[in-house]
Design a protein around this ligand. Structure first.
Ligand SMILES: [Zn+2]
Length: 552
């Protein structure tokens, strides 16, 4: 017997064979039937345990954020929020830190996140942080996640109070007199991390629960966690266990795919004929797991951040003395890791922002595919931020999936335009040229780097305007239907999961979101404000705004 019939709905299926429908029947957590007319379901389906009239509301597949940091976001909900416009000057930042310090015991940590020096005028400085939070340890993460600032107590813990040290793939920044300023870039962040890592699993499980609760309210039913277990994105070497615990406790609220940070993979000692050189113990690799929790790609950082000006470009950043950024490791070493991971059966997701880093990734993918052919590996380039036309063509030819973030234009766009200068504006965060080249575009936020709710992100994929109102490479704007497809079917494809989710098609998982109106039928400025009326996972209502009778 049918469990649930949703009738009188405006169904946007994301199934090219039948893009629009009016009713959906659900059984056993799966889509049973899709009908073009509200009364098009069979009588047996219309006598379902529950028949819910959606009164014309819009029904979509649940949103899938193809690149987010769920644990980090959940933890950030308890940290000092330093994002603009809430905090729009250094004085306001220091005041926010001082307020938190008052309720923090001496010696304990004051952690803040989300500041952007492009909006504040400069990075915060250790001396001012010492004055704002005397006797406390202060650690402030940049909005990009690629750098942080600490105060003198933390620098003293690290032996960096008076003199900077060299760090491979990173930098301990110093004032002109050579004294560290508190700013730690890229791999140097691991120094501060070493003082607090690993976090206890219980703390991470709480963060996953908090994040998931908010995701459901925003219509998200799946997300891809962009790196766990190692490197500076890690919270614990046993981070996967926090997700397993959340699931055991009924607190894993959305489906999660876990990318594994490249430092976690190691030599396996398998038989040479197996080709399994690099991986996780027991031969676990991409695809292991089930519909709720699965292992995704190996995540590898080729470079850093565009707004932080650490990403590796072929030509200098705009402005005097700005340099070209840097790779996170020697190019040959990065490429060797990519090729051996490919050979060992992994999907590879390379973080590559600058055009130089993108070349490193594309060359490695091309060589891997030539030397060790393998069907449909769907290697990814995360961000693909400054991409030359020839790089788009090569990515398309290699079947690579580029994973840009629509919301970056609105929140980070001004800093990005300034960083690359006008001659490279047309290369920034492409979308339309990827589709034109025949590539599949996923939808993602990189939360907590920027706001992660899908509806503002979808609007931004079509609007392409910065916070100050400047058009952001507007030729790369896509339509709202294309953006909706990206955030559902596109993201499912990027995870090799299009056979189970991403569209409202009989047999697929009944992960659904109900919206107050059709995002494709309202003006662009209204999309972000549309209401999520309900979110269903496995055919069960997991978020209910109370606007629909009889759903939960
Ligand atoms: Zn990320």
């Amino acid at each position: 017997m049918t469990d649930l019939a949703l009738v009188n709905a405006n169904v946007l299926t994301m199934d090219p064979g039948r893009p629009r429908a009016r009713a959906v029947a659900i059984t056993g957590g799966r889509i049973e039937a899709v009908a073009a007319r509200p009364d098009g379901l069979r009588a047996s389906q219309l006598s379902a345990s529950r028949v819910v009239d959606l009164r014309g509301a819009t029904l979509l597949p649940g949103f899938h954020d193809a690149h987010n940091h769920m644990t980090g976001f959940g933890m950030s909900l308890t940290e000092v929020d330093l994002r603009a416009p809430g905090v729009s000057s250094l004085d306001e930042l220091y005041a926010a830190i001082a307020r938190r310090a008052e309720t923090t015991v001496p010696g304990a940590w004051v952690v803040g996140a989300g500041y952007d020096q492009n909006k504040l005028g400069a990075h915060p400085h250790r001396d001012a942080l010492d004055r704002a939070a005397p006797g406390r340890r202060v650690w402030l993460r940049h909005t990009s996640g690629h750098m942080c600032v600490v105060n003198s107590l933390v620098l003293a813990d690290l032996g960096l109070d008076a003199v900077a040290a060299d760090v491979a793939g990173g930098r301990v920044a110093a004032d002109p007199d050579g004294r560290p300023s508190g700013l730690l870039e890229e791999q140097a962040q691991a120094l501060a991390g070493s003082l607090v890592y690993p976090y206890p699993l219980a703390q991470l499980t709480d963060a996953i629960d908090r994040a998931g609760t908010q995701y459901l309210a925003e219509g998200i039913t799946s997300c891809t966690e962009a790196g766990i277990g190692g490197g500076w994105v890690s919270h614990s070497p046993v981070e996967l266990a926090a997700f397993t615990a959340a699931r055991d406790q009924g607190r894993l609220r959305v489906r999660v795919e876990l990318m594994v940070a490249s430092p976690v993979l190691h030599q396996l000692g398998a038989h040479p004929d197996d080709g399994l050189e690099l991986g996780l113990d027991l031969g676990i690799r991409s695809g292991f797991g089930d519909d709720w929790l699965r292992v995704g790609a190996m995540k590898l950082f080729a470079d850093g951040s565009l707004v932080g000006r650490t990403a590796a470009l072929h030509d200098d950043y705009a402005g005097p003395g700005a340099g070209r950024g840097y790779l996170q490791a020697d190019a040959a070493q990065l490429q060797a890791t990519i090729i051996v991971a490919h050979r060992s059966g992994w999907q590879v997701a390379t973080h590559a922002i600058g055009d130089r880093a993108i070349d490193v990734a594309l060359e490695a993918y091309a060589r891997a595919l030539a030397q060790f052919p393998r069907p449909d590996p769907r290697h990814r380039i995360e961000h693909f931020a400054v991409a030359q036309p020839r790089q788009v063509a090569l990515a398309a030819k290699l079947g690579v999936i580029a994973v840009p973030q629509g919301r970056f234009a609105a929140e980070l766009g001004d800093g990005m335009l300034a960083a690359v200068g006008p001659e490279r504006h047309d290369w920034l965060y492409r979308q339309r040229s990827l589709l034109d080249a025949g590539m599949v575009l996923p939808g993602s936020s990189d939360r907590p780097v920027v706001t992660g709710a899908p509806l503002p992100g979808i609007a931004d994929m079509a609007v392409r305007r910065t916070a100050s109102g400047v058009p952001f490479n507007p030729g790369e704007a896509i339509t709202v239907p294309q953006a909706l497809y990206a955030y559902t079917a596109g993201s499912a494809y990027a995870s090799h999961q299009e056979h189970v989710k991403g569209s409202i098609t009989p047999g697929k998982l009944a992960d659904l979101v109900v919206l107050s109106e059709d995002p494709a039928a309202v003006s662009l400025d209204r999309i972000a404000g549309l209401q999520v009326l309900a979110t269903l996972v496995d055919g069960q209502c997991r978020y209910d705004s109370g606007a629909i009778d009889g759903l939960s």
